[in-house]
Design a protein around this ligand. Sequence first.
Ligand SMILES: Nc1ncnc2c1ncn2[C@@H]1O[C@H](COP(=O)(O)OP(=O)(O)OP(=O)(O)O)[C@@H](O)[C@H]1O
Ligand SMILES: [Mg+2]
Length: 252
Amino acid sequence: MSEALLSIRGLSAGVDDKQILDTVNLEVPAGEVHVLMGPNGAGKSTLGHVVMGEPTYEMTSGTIEFDGQDITELSPDKRSRAGLFLSFQAPVEIPGVPLTSFLRAIISGREGIDMKRKEFRKRVRALADELEMDRVYLDRELGVGFSGGEKKKVEMLQLLLLQPKLAILDETDSGLDVDALSVVSHGMEAYQRQCNGTLLVITHNTRILEHLDVDRVHVMVKGRVVAEGDASMIADIDANGFEQFEQAASAE
Ligand SMILES: Nc1ncnc2c1ncn2[C@@H]1O[C@H](COP(=O)(O)OP(=O)(O)OP(=O)(O)O)[C@@H](O)[C@H]1O
Ligand SMILES: [Mg+2]
């Protein structure tokens, strides 16, 4: 077993006959902040889904270890209960279900974070205040009529309430304005500070990383991790794009 909190080895996966991920190796040690970058269609979101056990994708080779356990065959629910969290690129809308009921349902029965109703209300209100989210939203129907920024606040509230061991945040297609970006950025910081969290952030928008100390950057091109390095890679990618890596990938 690996020392890392998340250890992906030789992972290949796809949909139907189409291969999307090709022998991916990636490790995230506990407490670190990692970033996964790469051009559109490289397979970044797919990797997030495969790590969560999303049944749309078929793993054709490799193993995924998490927190000292081989989770390759576990159901998404068991992975979540083991402490994995994947943000939804498009959060759900459930008419008729107030946000608080949804939040209470997701922590129900979870060791260490399930709490009595009164305590729960208090905790959720405190988190809403911290995320500068109007408390009115707590009683509104889940996701219905929420703006992009409000949905992000809900997502960050979920993250801080669940306190997963590892959060994979897929921020790629979110088209967020400056305020919403600051919500995500603040949420990630709070998660690290309050929960001693471990992050794998998938993004094209490096502004959301400004307040984080990034430990490692992984670059994915055409389903493969083709380069890894320290935080200085982010500025390099911002300035020069992915062409350098695409050339290296096709030269192989
Ligand atoms: N459910 C699916 N069915 C068919 N093809 C899929 C499916 N999911 C992903 N793909 C394909 O796999 C490839 C990788 O997609 P993915 O969404 O993982 O890329 P990405 O790196 O997240 O891109 P972006 O930066 O645009 O978010 C794309 O060619 C995509 O069309
Ligand atoms: Mg994506």
